[in-house]
Design a protein around this ligand. Structure first.
Ligand code: IPD
Ligand code: CA
Ligand code: CA
Length: 261
């Protein structure tokens, strides 16, 4: 797809950040065996990727705002447009040398996500979409799956870690969903979970307690691929609450009903 100038800036920036992070990722494998461990190194990699992205985007579009995971929000001269960025989604995978992480860049206009890019450098998969232009992975159009039987569907989610208080709800979700479907995966990168639903690899996804940068790019990519995307609480707001349920159109009603409990 010949994207807009904004989309091209986003893809170019995601590739540049992906190159820098890939170099660091190779280094992490060496650090695994050191006694100090790679933790500090990874948080530096994360921050320098965000700096690279922030500088590139702000140079290209100086009037836009910027919200990234690692730094304070920058208000733009143009209050209607802002970038929403997770420089490295899947940090725990990255830290453990597991090749499943991504750079996520979204553009918000008047409260709506109008363009999104999710780049997985280790597989060289660039997922992207602009409102009204369909969803793409590299040169190919992507679409949600057509599976319409719960028992054949595979879903993705995130599991609470490190003593988070939403463990009971998540265990209840799993008790309802696991017996009804073909499997649930927890691969540790919400942006890629959304990209995979858009590409028809997963049939759906739900998660609580995400942040805007985890899901902003994935929202527009999933919608443009034909997925239905709703807040987990029907009266909620996905970007503000960070809770959502996404699935192909054929399974959405059945799945969302079970996911909502
Ligand atoms: C995390 C991942 C993970 C999700 C966590 C996020 P990070 O982002 O998206 O899948 O379950 O809630 O915080 O920390 O790797 O950028
Ligand atoms: Ca994230
Ligand atoms: Ca992150």
């Amino acid at each position: 797809m010949a994207g807009s100038a904004n989309l091209n800036v986003m893809m170019k920036t995601a590739r540049a950040a992906g190159r820098a992070l890939s170099k660091d990722f190779r280094e992490v494998e060496q650090l695994q065996v050191s006694t100090k461990g790679p933790g500090d190194f990874v948080s530096k990699a994360d921050m320098s990727a965000e700096k690279l992205i922030r500088e590139a985007l702000m140079e290209a579009r100086p009037s836009y705002g910027f919200l990234g995971e690692e730094g304070a929000e920058i208000e733009g001269e143009d209050p209607t447009r802002r970038w929403i960025v997770d420089p490295l989604d899947g940090t725990t995978n990255f830290l453990h040398g597991m090749p499943h992480w991504a750079v996520s860049i979204a553009l918000e206009h008047k409260g709506q996500i109008v363009a999104g890019v999710i780049y997985d450098p280790t597989k060289d998969e660039m997922f992207y979409a602009e409102k009204g232009e369909g969803a793409w992975m590299n040169e190919s159009r992507i679409r949600a799956s057509g599976r319409n039987k719960m028992i054949e569907c595979v879903f993705a989610t995130g599991l609470p870690f490190a003593g988070r208080s939403d463990l009971p709800e998540t265990l209840q979700d799993l008790a309802r969903i696991l017996p009804a479907c073909a499997g649930v995966r927890r691969w540790g990168a919400a942006a890629l979970d959304l990209a995979y639903v858009a590409a028809g690899r997963y049939d759906g996804f739900w998660e609580r307690r995400l942040n805007a940068w985890d899901l902003a790019a994935g929202l527009v990519i999933a919608k443009e691929a034909g997925c239905l995307v709703e807040p987990l609480n029907p009266n909620g707001n996905i970007l503000q609450d960070g809770e959502l349920v996404v699935a192909n159109e054929a399974i959405f009603d059945q799945f969302s009903k079970i996911a909502r409990g």
